[in-house]
Design a protein around this ligand. Structure first.
Ligand code: NDP
Ligand code: 8X3
Length: 251
C-alpha cells in the first residue's frame, strides 16, 4: 500500500535517511528543508529508489512560509498518512550564565514553535483512523545534561507536546509516536558548534554512536505496525551511552 509521508528536515541526517527508507516502498515522500540544492539531491535519490517526491523549501520558524508551503501541496500529495516532525537543531553548548539569547531563540523557534506550526497545518490533512505523527525528540528531552540547558528544555517541550497530541488526537484514532535518540553522528553537532566541523567530529570518537540509518529503521518500524498498535515513546541510544550524558568511551 502506497502512503504519503511528510518529513521535515529531510536535507540531512535523520530526515534524509527516513526519506530514503520510506521511498523504497514506492511511497510518496514530501521532503522539506531550507536548502533547495539539498532538496533537489534528495528528490533525485528518492526517485531512484522508486518513490515519488515533492520538495517544499521553507523555514519552519516562519509561520507564513509554513502555511504557504502546505497550501501549495498538489492534490495527489495532499492526503498525508505520516508526518515526521524531525527538523531541529542545537545551537551552542554553554553554561546558562554564558548562553547567547540568539542561540536560545533559534532552538526554541525551531524545535518547539516550528514543530507546532507544521503540525497545525498538517494535522487537518491526516486521515482519521490511519494518520500517524512521529516526533523526533531526544534523550535530552528526558534528562538534562551539563550545558544542555535550553536545547534540553526544547526537547522536554517536544516530549510534553507529543503526550498532549496523543491525548487530543485519540478520538480521531491518529497515532502519535515520539522517537528519542541519544547521540548520533549527523550534521547536528557541526550546526551546534556554528560550523566547527573538527570540534563536532571530536564528540563521536572513541565509541560507536548511532547512525541516521538506525533512526530511519526505527521510524519505519513504528510506522509499519498493526493498526491497533501505537508506540508511544521509543528511547534509543548506542550501546556506549547509558543516559543522556554518561558514555563508555574507549579512552
Ligand atoms: P542535521 O543537522 O543533520 O539535520 C537537521 C535537519 O533539520 C536538516 O535537514 C535541516 O535542514 C533541518 N532544519 C533545521 N532548522 C530548520 C529550519 N529552521 N527550517 C527547516 N528545516 C530546518 O541533524 P539531525 O538529523 O541529527 O537532527 C534531526 C532531529 O533529530 C533534530 O530535531 C535533532 O534535535 C534531533 N536529534 C538529533 C540527535 C543527534 O545526536 N544527531 C539525537 C537526538 C535527536 P536545512 O538546514 O536545509 O533547513
Ligand atoms: C541530540 C543528542 O546528546 O547532543 O539530541 O543532546 S544530544
Amino acid at each position: 500500500m502506497s502512503r504519503t509521508v511528510l518529513v521535515t528536515g529531510a536535507t540531512a541526517g535523520f530526515g534524509e535517511a527516513i526519506a530514503y527508507k520510506f521511498a523504497k516502498d514506492q511511497n510518496k515522500i514530501i521532503i522539506t528543508g531550507r536548502r533547495q540544492d539539498r532538496l533537489n539531491k534528495v528528490e533525485e535519490e528518492i526517485k531512484n529508489l522508486g518513490g515519488e517526491a515533492l520538495s517544499l523549501c521553507f523555514d519552519v520558524r516562519k509561520q507564513n512560509e509554513v502555511i504557504g508551503a502546505v497550501k501549495s501541496i498538489p492534490e495527489e500529495f495532499k492526503s498525508i498518512d505520516i508526518l515526521v516532525n524531525n527538523a531541529g537543531l542545537a545551537s551552542g553548548l554553554d553554561p546558562i550564565q554564558d548562553g547567547s539569547t540568539e542561540d536560545w531563540d533559534r532552538m526554541i523557534d525551531t524545535n518547539v514553535k516550528g514543530l507546532l506550526y507544521v503540525s497545525n497545518e498538517v494535522i487537518p490533512l491526516l486521515e482519521d483512523g490511519t494518520g500517524h505523527i512521529i516526533n523526533i525528540g531526544s534523550t535530552a528531552g528526558k534528562e538534562v545534561y551539563p550545558k544542555g540547558n535550553v536545547y534540553c528544555a526544547s526537547k522536554h517541550a517536544v516530549d510534553a507536546i507529543s503526550k498532549g497530541m496523543r491525548l487530543d488526537l485519540l478520538p480521531r484514532r491518529i497515532k502519535v509516536t515520539q522517537i528519542s535518540p541519544g547521540a548520533a553522528n549527523t550534521e547536528f553537532s557541526t550546526v551546534r558548534f556554528h560550523g566547527d566541523r573538527e570540534k563536532a567530529d571530536s564528540l563521536y570518537t572513541d565509541y560507536e554512536p548511532l547512525l541516521a540509518e538506525d533512526i530511519a529503521e526505527l521510524t519505519y518500524y513504528a510506522a509499519n505496525l498493526p493498526v491497533h498498535v501505537c508506540i508511544n515513546d521509543l528511547v534509543v541510544t548506542s550501546l556506549a551511552q547509558g543516559n543522556s550524558y554518561v558514555f563508555n568511551k574507549k579512552k
